[in-house]
Ligand binder design. Structure first.
Ligand SMILES: NC(=O)c1ccc[n+]([C@@H]2O[C@H](COP(=O)([O-])OP(=O)(O)OC[C@H]3O[C@@H](n4cnc5c(N)ncnc54)[C@H](OP(=O)(O)O)[C@@H]3O)[C@@H](O)[C@H]2O)c1
Length: 222
């Protein structure tokens, strides 16, 4: 399975409410059912890399653990332009043989990078702008042997990936709950497209259930 232009095949995975939120306005993101967590752990056991944004790391401090055995260690990637990842983040404490990659830009402080490298992170510089150049990052990850990459949000990283044309597949677990909130995080944030026609076009590939959640798999058209 390969993406395009020497980059990994990208699966964007999320749990969202029926009204499209991946977290409430207060940052509560406990959306998945137990059955859906099983699905997520199986997917984590299968992919080569698992990527999140620094927003998610700072809000949730996830462990990003995998319940099932893997053939090769998982690479966990944090997209973090300015190297804001704290050295006491849980991903370091729950490393369990995985490789931790922090993707920064050349604007990140050298001092912070050194500290993070001392904590066991591999630092990749992707771009010199204010945000990580995701296309460049994915090409570097491909060279590191990451052929299948799972992206676990949040909403702003999801937008960055969609905008850069880097999403091949979307798997979304829809929970039967409405939470509302104009400041709640939606599946894809950012400035968005002005026209429906401009959006990323997908084809429905699979419909499953995981407990009370409806799990929808979409693949990129063309
Ligand atoms: N339900 C779910 O499945 C699920 C999954 C994940 C997260 N969440 C929720 O989502 C929320 C966090 O979402 P978020 O949107 O605030 O944060 P996010 O998407 O995790 O991280 C966004 C940050 O990534 C960094 N970034 C660097 N380069 C980027 C690029 N090219 N494009 C986009 N982002 C780039 C930026 O920070 P810098 O400029 O500092 O680099 C940006 O602010 C949390 O509440 C979390 O609980 C829910």
């Amino acid at each position: 399975m390969a993406g395009r232009d020497n980059r990994p095949y990208v699966i964007l995975n999320a749990a969202m409410t029926l009204d499209g939120k991946i977290a409430t306005w207060k940052g509560d993101s406990e959306i998945s059912s137990m059955e859906d967590w099983e699905r997520v752990h199986k997917l984590r056991a299968w992919v080569d890399g698992l990527m999140i944004g620094i927003g998610t790391l700072l809000k949730d401090n996830p462990k990003l653990t995998v319940k099932y055995p893997r053939k090769k260690p998982l690479t966990k990637i944090v997209v973090d332009s300015l190297a804001r990842t704290p050295t006491n983040a849980k991903i370091f404490q729950y490393k369990n043989g995985s490789r931790i990659v922090l993707a920064v830009t050349s604007k990140a402080s050298k001092k912070k990078i050194k500290k993070l490298q001392k904590s066991g992170a591999t630092v990749i510089v992707a771009g010199s702008g204010r945000k990580v150049n995701l296309k460049q990052l994915l090409q570097k990850l491909w060279k590191m042997g990451i052929k299948i990459l799972m992206v676990e949000g949040g909403g702003n990283l999801n937008w960055g990936m969609v905008k850069a044309g880097l999403v091949d597949e979307v798997r979304v677990a829809v929970a039967p709950i409405l939470v509302g909130g104009k400041n709640a995080t939606t599946l894809v944030e950012g400035e968005g497209y002005p026209k429906i026609q401009d959006g990323l076009k997908l084809k429905l590939a699979k419909i499953e259930t995981a407990g009370e959640n409806l799990v929808l798999t979409y693949k990129r058209e063309g």
